[in-house]
Design a binder for this molecule. Structure first.
Ligand code: PLP
Length: 344
């Protein structure tokens, strides 16, 4: 598969912005090349455009070479950059598998790129046959969210492999929730599939939604193209600093993940015992999709009690469902107490 044939011509020929840091990379004692303020306050210099020290630690942890890692201002920027690299406005399209994360569609809409939606089946798995029979030369990116938001399940590995082998565009797998799952990441498949892009984020398991740091892992060709298109200093200095700290204290993150998983099991069990709950879907994430009686009324009732969950009851295949993020032990108890007092 020749990735360059999938790329927009203008991006292939794009001459990227060349920053002062790109043009001189050596050691020196006096830097007067970037119009920075010379008075040191810890933040007066531009950050490393490629966040290489952060990537070095990610590389070690994930066992993926630095050259195959892209960092973005959240996964949201990763999604946006992918669309801009591969999709010619009004000509190409992306494929999404609803119900799923909303940003794939918003990024495409912003770029005037059409979205073809092929719904998941009743088991929340991709309809492989329909996707492949729909595909043509303009199907540039297939977004697969696994584990999927808002359904909480993982996409079967065999299905992902089938799609990777047969889809002729980029297959972008959004693994935002992978650290809450006992299924394996697709990272191991990178070497085999030049059209595979895997997205992960610091926003969920790492507990750092506030720093806006997302990652993509892909072949070097794809990563080079993404770096060409991104804004020069997309990962700010404060973000790089906090990410470095987190990456040197992995145990802290792992402990929090374990606590959340314990609470997820507790919440699931308690919710299943309630009269108003029809089904708690199995979850590989830090949230539960819950089918309820009178979802809209229950949602409003919880709001009145100061508890906000996500009302997904108007979404395809999620009729009468609320999406509940796993909170702290105290928050979950408050939720359960209020929920129990709801009379439908
Ligand atoms: C929360 C979430 C993200 C995270 O996006 P960031 O921009 O990294 O905060 C990505 N994908 C999915 C499916 C999510 O639910």
């Amino acid at each position: 598969m020749n990735i360059n044939q999938l790329v927009r011509k203008n991006i292939l020929h794009l001459k990227p912005y060349s920053s002062a840091r790109d043009e001189f990379k050596g050691d020196a004692s006096v830097f007067l090349d970037a119009n920075e303020n010379p008075y040191d306050n810890g933040l007066n210099r531009y950050p490393d455009p490629l966040a290489l020290s952060v990537k070095a630690l990610i590389s070690k942890q994930k066992n993926i070479p630095v050259e195959q890692i892209f960092t973005g201002n959240g996964s949201d920027e990763v999604i946006d950059v992918l669309v801009r690299v591969f999709c010619e406005p009004r000509i190409d399209h992306i494929i999404t598998l609803p119900p799923t994360y909303g940003m794939y569609e918003v990024s495409a809409d912003t770029a005037d790129v059409t979205v073809h939606k092929i719904a998941l089946n009743a088991d929340f798995q991709p309809n492989t046959h329909e996707i492949l029979s729909h595909m043509n030369n303009h199907s540039k990116i297939l977004f697969i969210c696994s584990p999927n938001n808002p359904t909480g399940n993982s996409i079967h590995l065999e299905t992902i492999v089938t799609l990777l082998e047969q889809f002729t565009g980029i297959v972008a797998i959004d693994e935002a929730y992978i650290d809450f799952s006992n299924k394996t990441s697709c990272l191991k498949m990178l070497e085999q599939y030049p059209n595979l892009v895997i997205m992960q984020t610091f926003s969920k398991a790492w507990g750092l939604a506030g720093i806006r740091l997302g990652m993509a892992f892909a072949s070097r060709t794809i990563i080079d193209l993404m770096n060409k298109v991104k804004p020069p200093y997309n990962i700010n200095q404060l973000t790089q600093k906090v990410a470095l700290q987190a990456l040197t204290q992995v145990e802290k993150t792992n402990k929090k993940i374990q606590a959340i998983l314990k609470q997820r099991a507790f919440l699931e069990k308690q919710l299943n015992q309630m009269d108003t709950v029809e089904k708690v879907y199995p979850s590989d994430t830090n949230f539960l999709l819950v089918k309820t009686k009178n979802a809209n009324e229950l949602y409003q009732f919880l709001v009145k009690n100061g508890i906000i969950v996500r009302n997904r009851s108007n979404i395809l295949l999620c009729e009468d469902c609320l999406r509940v993020t796993v909170g702290t032990a105290i928050e979950n108890k408050i939720l359960l107490k209020a929920w129990k007092s709801f009379k439908n």
